[in-house]
Design a protein around this ligand. Structure first.
Ligand SMILES: *Cc1c(COP(=O)(O)O)cnc(C)c1O
Length: 393
């Protein structure tokens, strides 16, 4: 197709005109079960009525006024996020990369304010993904994302994910923070062990480092807790959030403790659109649903059911599936082959999934799916893996 768009995306030849719950309807007349959810964004499914109503009501009142003024819905969302987490303060932006960028700026300013401007380096992990700005591709450290964009933004050191000894060995007098995804998303759906996160917390305290969690993908109920790190019982100093927070409306947020947040004094950071009334109305509506009694129980119930179906598939197709990864409704099937053809086959059969790394089939369905949707997905996956097994035979 001739397109005036830049060609930075490899797209399917497929356009959707409508979404409802866990389904998308394409202009070709077909229905698709959406286990991609816009890459873990449409956490409450498509066109969730409470979110739609909140957005429409706000659209009739006020769209934008800038952070020059008080935005009541922004105050309210910040209060609620702080109330539900370790954080005392929240800064709103528009994307995950901006939330991470804010976290990294905060590290530099925090140590600068404390008389240690040399402590600007951040220890990050192999397989990390933190976004696509110049600083966040440096934080990710993936050659695939850095290629052609030299010089690399300075200040990031990478060690093996899950290896506390390597973390400790990498700490120098210039280290200011450790940044980790509690469950790596793009890197292949790798969940950090609770012990590893606990070890990072202890190490950060021992060396006076800030601990940053990038929960852009793993947060907002994705693993069955509001944030994935809650499973480990420890908390970070700073956390990046986005994706599910807006349920499909662009929002990002950087959350921090009072001590860390104090670095961002008036004028030190900002965003024209960050925390805009439309985004805040939707964010509050998302929290209305997610903080409701029983919501996470529902997520954990259907996640356990999905786990059972995925374990059965893994056992049935050992030649095609090497292992099952992830937590809650953030799951990955590590394949023995390149994942992209499989994702394509599944699209043809009406199931949307996302590749992670080279060989991991990522399943990040809306959190509102029921067992019947898991059954429908499992049936399609079974057929697709049977096809792969036939081809191999
Ligand atoms: C998607 C993602 C980002 C980047 O978010 P954008 O909204 O695309 O900028 C950062 N960190 C993690 C863990 C992500 O999954």
């Amino acid at each position: 197709m001739d397109s005036a768009l830049m060609s930075n995306y490899r797209r399917f030849d497929l356009a959707f005109e409508r979404g409802e719950g866990p389904y998308l309807y394409a202009d070709n007349g077909r229905r698709y079960l959406d286990f991609a959810a816009g890459i873990a964004v449409a956490a409450l499914g498509h066109c969730q009525p409470h979110l739609t109503a909140a957005l429409k009501a706000q659209a009739d009142r006020l769209w934008h006024c800038s952070n020059l003024y008080i935005i009541p819905e922004q105050e309210r969302l910040a209060q609620r996020l702080a109330g539900a987490t370790f954080a005392d303060r929240v800064l709103f932006c528009n994307s995950g990369a901006e939330a991470v960028e804010c976290a990294v700026k905060l590290v530099r300013k925090y140590h600068d304010d404390n008389g240690n401007p040399e402590r600007y380096r951040v220890i990050a992990f192999n397989g990390a993904f933190h976004g696509r700005t110049l600083a966040t591709i440096a934080a990710s450290g993936s050659p695939r994302h850095l290629d052609g964009f030299d010089p690399v933004v300075d200040g990031f050191d990478h060690v093996a994910f899950g290896n506390l000894n390597e973390v400790r060995a990498a700490i120098t007098g210039e280290t200011g923070a450790i940044m980790v995804e509690p469950v790596q998303g793009e890197g292949g759906v790798n969940a950090a062990s609770d012990d590893f996160l606990i070890g990072l917390r202890k190490t950060a305290d021992e060396f006076g480092l800030l601990l940053i969690f990038d929960e852009v993908q793993s947060g907002m109920g994705r693993t069955g807790k509001l944030f994935a790190h809650e499973w480990s019982g420890i908390t970070p100093d700073v956390m990046a959030v986005a994706k599910g927070l807006g349920g499909g409306f662009p929002i990002g947020a950087c959350l921090a403790t009072e001590a860390a947040a104090a670095a961002l004094t008036p004028g030190s950071h900002g965003s024209t659109f960050g925390g805009n009334p439309l985004a805040m109305a939707v964010g509050n509506a998302v929290l209305d649903v997610m903080l409701d009694d029983g919501f996470m129980d529902g997520v954990n119930g259907v996640a356990a059911y999905l786990d059972g179906r995925l374990k059965a598939l893994t056992a049935k197709y050992p030649g095609q599936i090497e292992g099952l990864r992830g937590r809650g409704l953030m799951r990955g099937l590590k394949l023995t082959t390149d994942v992209r053809p499989m994702v394509g086959t599944l699209v043809e059969q009406g199931l949307l999934t996302v590749p992670a790394a080279e060989d991991v089939l990522r399943l990040v369905p809306p959190l509102i799916i029921a067992e019947e949707h898991v059954d429908e997905a499992a049936l399609i996956l079974d057929r697709a893996f049977a096809g792969l097994a036939d081809m191999a035979a």
